[in-house]
Design a protein around this ligand. Sequence first.
Ligand SMILES: [Zn+2]
Length: 303
Amino acid sequence: MLLLPHNPNAFTRSPLDRAGHRRRDAEWLADARKADATRVIPFFERRPFVTEEDGRAAPGWLGAHALARITAPDDLLLFLGLDAEGAAHFAVEISEASLLADIGRFDDLRALGPRLSHGDLAILGCAKSIFEWHARHRFCANCGQRSCIAEAGWKRECPACKAEHFPRVDPVVIMVPTLGERCLLGRQKVWPRGMHSALAGYVEPGETVEEAVARETLEEAGLRVREVRVHSTQPWPFPHSLMIGALADVENDDITIDGNELESARWFTRDEACQLVAGNHPDCFAPPAFAIAHQILKSWTQG
Ligand SMILES: [Zn+2]
């Protein structure tokens, strides 16, 4: 178990040990696929199989004996890791969903999120982001030939040019600009009325996290950043981003909006930010606790 600072974000702190050295151990994997203790979570079109009771959802784990019944030879079997008792956990992207229709359902992970436990979200989010990557990377980016799944789902190899391809993670900076006792939140035109959130953008090649925060804050809102404090990070499996959450102290308060990115932006006092976090602001609301933007804003209200 890694001893790391507490991370409040959804999709973090998986209870599974990834046991990465087993991904290349074909004999061990073959035994694990048949073991009584093994658990398998099916996915269909990147949606996890879940059961739901009294408003709480849970992954619909199946035993290893179900694998032969629900999977086709070409279905993607992903080794997720080991639980505290050493039981192997797999996820499988199946091609026929109707076989399980009477015991649960396949559902959208983003919609399910708040009803799943923290640990279950971390496990399902990891599996989803890998399945998303496979779905978008079936062909070799080097020579164009169809590539093959390797290392229990954690790699693709090209049989023609021998190139290796690994699951990608796209870094995104997401930041709340602050100036004294005020913070700035923006809104996009497509969001529900009243919703305001942090600014965000992809980290570009050749820049640091801090430089990306400064560039995006200037581009989107016309604010010049003096100091960047990284708050926390969050794997975000839509499809495979890593959100890098930050507070950005800025030196000016005259906002210039990039109309392509934002519809508007406004300053909120610390009292208003507390209302946004609590969900009782009179005319605006912030994303739910599930989103890192909520956690960054919450930390600022406590600062
Ligand atoms: Zn190739």
